[in-house]
Design a protein around this ligand. Structure first.
Ligand code: CA
Length: 621
């Protein structure tokens, strides 16, 4: 919350020969962050950043019991003060005056509020393998309020004709389509970042934050974000917030007036990161490469934050806890996890789970190999004692396999064997069932394009995604066969959802606004998602798979007395398979129901599997 308070409590007028007025030095407090906090948190410590012209020259005092000022930290820039405070266990909710006194005796009181924690706040359940996540880019999903498309004074205005410009989508647009997302069968939403990005270019994607405490006014405001979370909960859906701590925008106010030189990784000559997360565990890594990865900027307008600075580290961790407590979110997707200092990530995770033990966080670990990815997941057995404390990681190795498997001919390591070999390496992970799995996302070629717009391959990918281990995520528009290739520009993989804008010529949120093919894809995905939502064996079931043979890959999910069998046929021709090989997994079951065709399977001893298809079979005792 921004505050501009130029207080002039003392205006002394001194009359001498002639009239001469002197103004006492004012206390200038422009920002206080976090803007408020809560009593009853497990961690009694609170660090408050105060920003204002020469604020470091003021004396600070807190008289009211409940909030104790432990330390006032001055840094090299006199426009900052960091107040280290302790909230006593019996502190009541209410306002606590923080008194600032200038050297000339001007006094300003800031009313710092401690709110009461909502009952149940600490017990919230994060997203889990029982969920299916819908990822959407808010600028490109739906424009619920054309009135906020342009905000006077902000650096970029809307231009829907520019693939890289702002298009006007917003939080109201998401609220307006919660039923659509729910009916599709998703149970959670990951929304690309919504915080202020007051940048002259590319401000729509949200990954260059200019204010960590404010929703971008072109998306709505903080209260509207909170409303979105509440409305989602009413409809049985969770909300996952996208957070970025590796970098901010060059136009962030604290970058424009740095608290101290080591707040960011400064460079004499600009250099980017080398984007190789493998520097963390590579036993042969050079200092040069490690340093470049960690301290290189993500881009020239994204300064690299130095989380080894304790004041910054506390600032970022508290910012996260503030958003969880304020908005009621159910999880976090953290951007560029490996790019931050790994001990910062571990402390961040530890402090979040100290307040919310059943919360969930997925780290974006965009890495090529299973072993390197596994290193960044909490509970990793091979990280040399390091524990990121983040339960989930983005499973890029499985993403790559799912993008190759159905396009290739079958071989020892190609085709379906790719899926098999990725999953065979699950021993590396702390808990592979917590991996976030996805065919594509906002940074990747859309899956329909990846499989050459082949509906059969597309469906195989969807069926595998929604039945294998992990927490599946579907990128918005996949259900209406959105296409686009990453190398042709990010604007093309983030196009507007048809019908999200009042003047669109069709509305693909409705069956009548979709083509026949789009409706076919929508029904296929929605049928499987809605079935998955009500099928606990897919949420908790142990995965057992059989090495692919002759273009057939069979796996089971087992939980208590329930089981699902999935058969993938990667050959073009229909295959009839005998199920004797799978006897052990089938022996308790007499009949079965095929989910995607909505038909009973009368005979489990042989199965007719159409070419290039997936059978999802619920086994019945
Ligand atoms: Ca708008």
């Amino acid at each position: 919350m921004k505050m501009c308070r130029m207080l002039k409590p003392f205006i002394a007028l001194v009359f001498m020969i002639g009239a001469l007025s002197l103004t006492a030095q004012e206390v200038d407090v422009q920002r206080v962050e976090p803007p408020f906090w809560w009593s009853g948190m497990n961690n009694p410590e609170l660090q408050v950043l105060v920003y204002g012209t020469d604020i470091a020259n003021s004396r600070v005092n807190i008289e009211k019991e409940g909030l104790t000022l432990n330390q006032v930290i001055k840094v090299s820039n006199p426009n900052y003060l960091f107040l280290e405070m302790i909230i006593t266990p019996d502190a009541e909710a209410g306002t606590y005056p923080i008194e600032f006194t200038s050297p000339q005796g001007a006094v300003y009181e800031y009313q710092y509020e401690l709110k009461k924690r909502k009952p149940g706040s600490a017990e919230r359940k994060g997203f889990s393998p029982a969920d299916a996540i819908y990822l959407l880019m808010p600028d490109r999903f739906a424009n619920g309020n054309p009135g906020n498309d342009n905000i006077k004074g902000m650096k970029q205005q809307a231009d829907r004709s520019d693939p890289d410009g702002r298009h006007g989508g917003d939080i109201q647009g998401i609220i307006d389509h919660l039923d659509y997302i729910r009916n599709l069968g998703a149970t959670a939403m990951w929304i690309n970042p919504l915080l202020e990005n007051d940048n002259p270019e590319y401000s729509y994607h949200g990954y260059a934050i200019t204010d960590f405490y404010e929703v971008d006014p072109r998306f709505g405001d903080n209260a509207m974000y909170k409303k979105l979370v509440q409305k989602s909960h009413q409809k049985g859906m969770k909300v996952i917030m996208d957070m970025i701590f590796n970098h901010s925008s060059l136009y962030h106010w604290f970058i424009q007036d740095l608290p101290m030189p080591n707040w960011i990784h400064q460079q004499d000559t600009f250099y980017r990161s080398n984007f190789r997360g493998s520097v963390h565990m590579d036993p042969h890594v050079s200092d040069y490469d490690y340093h470049k990865f960690i301290t290189g900027w993500f881009d020239n307008h994204m300064p690299d934050l130095n989380q080894k600075n304790d004041l910054l580290s506390d600032y970022l961790i508290q910012n996260t806890i503030w958003w969880i407590e304020y908005s009621g979110i159910d999880g976090i997707r953290v951007d560029t996890q490996p790019y931050s200092y790994k001990n910062f990530i571990a402390e961040w995770g530890e402090r979040i789970f100290n307040e919310y033990p059943d919360f969930n966080i997925v780290g974006e670990s965009w890495l090529q190999k299973e072993s390197i990815t596994a290193y960044f997941q909490g509970g990793s057995k091979l990280a040399g004692g390091y524990d990121s404390n983040l339960p989930s990681v983005t499973d890029f190795p499985l993403h790559f396999a799912m993008n190759d498997a159905f396009k290739e001919s079958e071989g020892w390591t190609t085709g379906l064997a790719r899926l098999y070999y990725v999953l065979a390496q699950d021993f590396l992970y702390g808990d592979p069932y917590q991996n976030l799995i996805f065919l594509d996302n906002h940074d990747l070629t859309r899956y329909y394009s990846s499989v050459g717009k082949d509906m059969n391959k597309f469906k195989m990918g969807i069926a595998f995604l929604l039945t294998t281990r992990g927490i599946p995520m579907i990128y918005y528009g996949t259900e209406i066969l959105k296409h686009g290739k990453e190398h042709e520009g990010h604007g093309g993989i983030r196009t507007d959802f048809p019908g999200g804008w009042p003047d669109d010529d069709r509305n693909a949120f409705l069956p009548s606004g979709r083509t026949e093919k789009e409706n076919e894809a929508f029904s296929y995905i929605s049928n499987l998602l809605n079935w998955r939502r009500e099928t606990p064996v897919i949420h908790h079931g142990k995965l057992v798979h059989y090495i692919p043979e002759n273009g057939i890959y069979v796996y089971f999910r087992h939980h208590e007395n329930e089981a699902v069998m999935v058969v993938l046929n990667n050959k073009d021709k229909e295959q009839t398979i005998k199920t004797t090989r799978y006897k052990k997994d089938l022996e308790d079951f007499n009949s079965a129901y095929e989910v995607t065709t909505d038909k009973m399977v009368e005979n489990l001893s042989t199965l007719k599997v159409p070419g290039k298809s997936a059978m999802v079979i619920e086994l019945i005792k």
